[in-house]
Write a protein that binds this ligand. Structure first.
Ligand code: SF4
Ligand code: SF4
Length: 112
């Protein structure tokens, strides 16, 4: 006997599909509030990290692609050159290593 793949659908007394009860926006519970800008600086997201980016400086061509893609603004620069990572905020996501055109960033397990 074949197993049924059909989903169970709630139906009203006339056999029509019943819609879930809709709530108005006033009945939605209050969520978190961000009362001012720039608060992300107060949260050192680097503590979440498992992997750490390690750059081979000799191979780096300073193209800044890692700077463009880093979601945490953790690529440090000076005078148009990449100088390292801001470990207070780098979450170790590995995007920089993935987008680097010369593959000079490796992700390594961080020893804490
Ligand atoms: S993407 Fe790679 S080559 Fe480009 S600046 Fe970053 S580390 Fe250097
Ligand atoms: S690992 Fe992720 S958060 Fe850290 S520098 Fe690279 S892109 Fe940014």
């Amino acid at each position: 006997m074949k197993a049924s793949t059909q989903k169970k659908v709630n139906k009203d007394s006339k056999g029509k599909q019943a819609s879930p009860q809709k709530k108005g926006w006033k009945s939605i519970p209050m969520g978190g509030l961000i009362e001012r800008g720039g608060t992300a600086k107060e949260y050192k997201t680097g503590e979440w990290r498992t992997f750490i980016p390690v750059r081979d400086e000799a191979k780096c061509i300073n193209c800044m692609i890692c700077w463009v893609y880093c979601p945490d603004s953790s690529i440090k620069t000076q005078d148009g050159k990449m100088t390292g990572f801001d470990m207070d905020y780098c979450k170790g996501c590995g995007i920089c290593a993935s987008v680097c055109p010369v593959k000079c960033i490796k992700m390594e397990k961080e020893e804490k």
